[in-house]
Design a protein around this ligand. Sequence first.
Ligand code: FES
Ligand SMILES: [Fe+2]
Length: 341
Amino acid sequence: MSNKSFLPTWLYNDKQIFNFELEKYSKNFWHPLIFVGEIKAGEILEKKFLKQSLFISCSQNNSINVFKNRCPHRGSELLLLKTKDNPSKSIFCPYHGWTFDGFGELKTLPLKDDFEIKVELGDYFLEKVNSLVNGPFIWINFSNQPISIDDQIDLVVGNCNDEWNINYGIFSEFSNTLNCNWKIAHDNTLDDYHVAVAHKNTLHKEQGPIKNYKYFFSKFCNVLVTPMNSRENLYTFGLLPWTHIIVWPGRGILLISYPPQRIDQCSLEIKLASATLCTKDLEDWKINILNFLREDKVIVESVQKSYRGKFKLGPPNRLEQRIIHWQEVYKEFLQAYGISF
Ligand code: FES
Ligand SMILES: [Fe+2]
């Protein structure tokens, strides 16, 4: 054990820190947006990320593009034009009628010859967001110099290469609001000390005895490995900036993330997918997951009340070392942007 301590509580209450997290810290990383299998060739979907609306399109030859939902003419929000025979094939501006295709190209320009300057269809595009496909997810990023995805998720690919490259076919999702700073929720999901107590009848039964817990760490990623039976392990990965991936071999994959909403509020977003379960079993699995997340909601919202005031935290336990790991990386980012304490 090192003599590291937890982050001080003021970092959970400070407006400048909150802005740093949204504008700097989180932009270094790739964010899993949807499962690849959720979109079909020729389709365009709308998804929200941190309150902003995005379009994800998949071309006929399966190339993926992600765009901001903002019209390049005067900034209006755009709509997906859907008809029964033409599901989600074009993007329409309800303000002056410009229309875009799944490559973000302008296809319809009303009163084209009446602009102050000469305007052609090829002059205007939807603004692209960096995106890539890795494993089962479409990932996005908002920086010119993101961390490489290979560095960000090295332990996931290294430990679960087979499960990572499965074609997942059934999906489910859920979201809720947690009345706490996102870091309290993230810390809690990296906290393996509380599982045997707070989740005695739920998650603890899946993860098994503490004596079997094994840990691995890389620069940006950590994992708790717990044996499920004599051959297979359950992998609980902690990823930056606020993301968790749990791989249940033979069952499926669970993504949990805590995007911030306000300084004292975040979303709980879960997505799960399976290649083997039927829809009913996937929904039953989701109900089990929601049970332990409900237990966590009570805990994190009670911790938030304490973090609001001046409060010095106790020492970390060995089973809280994944919290210390991500907090050390977070501190490095704070320092790199000139914030020290
Ligand atoms: S703002 Fe979209 S067409 Fe004018
Ligand atoms: Fe928990």
